[in-house]
Design a protein around this ligand. Structure first.
Ligand SMILES: NC(=O)c1ccc[n+]([C@@H]2O[C@H](COP(=O)([O-])OP(=O)(O)OC[C@H]3O[C@@H](n4cnc5c(N)ncnc54)[C@H](O)[C@@H]3O)[C@@H](O)[C@H]2O)c1
Length: 454
């Protein structure tokens, strides 16, 4: 490799770094969803010229006309970003204009509960022809360790006719683009920590890529945590989510045992939480939901098989958490039984469908599995959730239901609390209902024989 070529790559990096410092670096964010849109707004707030890319033209049109489709993002925020030159597009050729591209596309499981990387592959194929030397490409989608190096980079390298390659240690030519992985760590609905105070983990393919990605994120996050490789950054995200998944499974299992033993698990967790070291509380519920915790652990257990390794904790936690919606329905049947009623033919109102309180996200929500199971067991079921006026068809369900007003609660044989939204008046709900089955301890502090915890 000639010195002249090596200087050229360094020059690329220096130029990009200068643009980042001057906030003139053009940032393209691919995937205008729950992760990509807030990220775009953060960069825009800090005066970066930002372009949002999405294949969903409805989202593109909404953003370009100043509308928001995510509950917690206001139109005022979109309007402010629009004034600062933020725009959205479905046209991938505009990727060529960007100095940095951050990929935030979905990483679901397929029908066999195996990683579905099709969105990452399609995105990589779409941007590859438009890559230019010195661009920084960052993957944020949660995925198994190795995706950036084994999936993303080969597609980017094969798909660009200019012969560009990813900048690697010891192969630092001028015809390179820089690559890093940096996981998203958002906690939807949690307002106690500002987004910029959440440390950002960054793993570049080589030190220059790490430095550039770190510099870009440092413009919007207060603390950058560099790790040695994209795979280490990918694994960091999975460790965090698997830790949650396994601990939630543990409390769910202990809850079922406590119910049998006549012990209140919530009281026990509160008491254990007073320990000033070595204990972090997790809370039981009707099952796992959201795009991350029910999905991400399987990315690792799938990858582990390639190394003849069984990730047993993940499988066991999955088994317990997947059972929880069925535990809820069985508990409702048992509660009705004490009222000399059968589940089949009963009238049940499900309160809350979102996968956690105070958010407008239904993905993988246990509420959907509970609705379906109740229907299959002959229940006349309806739901109320202020965040969802209707529930139609999703990847795994087909419900076609409309939100029922919270009137005349005495008409239901049972009111089942699945999501403990803060807007609900639980005193009133207990007072007016015949029977309340509470999966979240939402009725904490209310004394009534009508309440059954499950
Ligand atoms: N939502 C969260 O709280 C959260 C938290 C941490 C990590 N993540 C991870 O972030 C990633 C994105 O999640 P999300 O919640 O934002 O998903 P999302 O479904 O809300 O948004 C993804 C967006 O990508 C778009 N898209 C799909 N294919 C595309 C393509 N080829 N080109 C352009 N756009 C495309 C979709 O239309 C959609 O708007 C996932 O890997 C997820 O696991 C999500």
């Amino acid at each position: 490799m000639s010195t002249a070529i090596r200087v050229s790559s360094t020059a690329n990096a220096k130029e990009l770094r200068a643009k980042i410092e001057a906030r003139t670096a053009k940032v393209g964010i691919i995937g205008m969803g729950y992760v990509g849109l807030p990220l775009a707004l953060l960069f825009s707030e800090r005066e970066f010229p930002v372009t949002g890319f999405d294949i969903d033209t409805k989202k593109v049109n909404s953003l370009n006309s100043g509308k928001s489709y995510i509950y917690r993002i206001t139109e005022t925020e979109i309007a402010a970003a629009r004034q600062k030159s933020f725009s959205a597009t479905a046209d991938y050729s505009r990727a060529a204009e960007m100095d940095a591209i951050i990929i935030c596309v979905p990483t679901p499981l397929d029908e066999y509960r195996e990683p579905d990387l099709s969105y990452i592959r399609e995105t990589a194929k779409a941007i590859a022809p438009h890559l230019s030397p010195g661009q920084l490409i960052i993957l944020e989608s949660t995925t198994y360790p190795g995706t950036t190096q084994e999936v993303l980079i080969p597609i980017l390298e094969a798909g660009n006719s200019a012969g560009l390659t990813a900048a690697r240690e010891g192969a630092d030519s001028g015809r390179v683009f820089f690559v890093a992985f940096s996981p998203e760590r958002e906690d939807p609905g949690n307002d106690t920590i500002a987004r910029r105070d959440i440390p950002k983990v960054v793993g570049g393919l080589n030190p220059t890529s790490s430095d550039l990605a770190g510099a870009l994120y440092h413009s919007i996050f207060n603390r950058i945590v560099p790790v040695s490789s994209p795979a280490a950054a990918e694994m960091t995200k999975l460790l965090e989510n698997i830790y949650r998944c396994i601990n939630i499974a543990l409390v769910n299992e202990l809850k079922m045992l406590c119910l049998r033993m006549g012990i209140n698990i919530w009281e026990v967790i509160d008491a254990a939480s007073t320990k000033p070291f070595g204990f972090h509380p997790f809370y039981p519920g009707p099952g796992l939901g959201g795009h991350c915790i029910p999905v991400d652990p399987y990315y690792l257990s799938w990858k582990a098989k390639e190394f003849d390794f069984q990730a047993k904790f993940i499988e066991l936690a999955g088994e317990i958490n997947t059972y929880m919606p069925y535990h809820v329905v069985n508990s409702v049947a048992a509660a009705l039984n004490t009222h000399k009623k059968a589940l089949n033919g009963s009238n049940i109102l499900v309160l809350g469908l979102a996968y956690k309180k105070d958010i407008d996200d239904l993905r993988e929500s246990p509420g959907l599995a509970i609705l379906e199971e109740l229907q299959q067991r002959g229940v006349k079921v309806c739901y109320n959730d202020p965040y969802f006026p209707t529930v139609g068809r999703g990847r795994k369900y087909n419900l076609h239901m409309t939100c029922t007003p919270l009137d005349n609660l005495a008409q239901y044989d049972c009111v089942l609390i699945v999501t403990d939204h803060s807007d609900y008046d639980y005193q009133r709900i207990v007072r007016e209902s015949q029977l309340v089955v509470d999966t979240r301890n939402a009725t904490r502090g209310i004394q009534s024989e009508k309440i059954v915890h499950c």
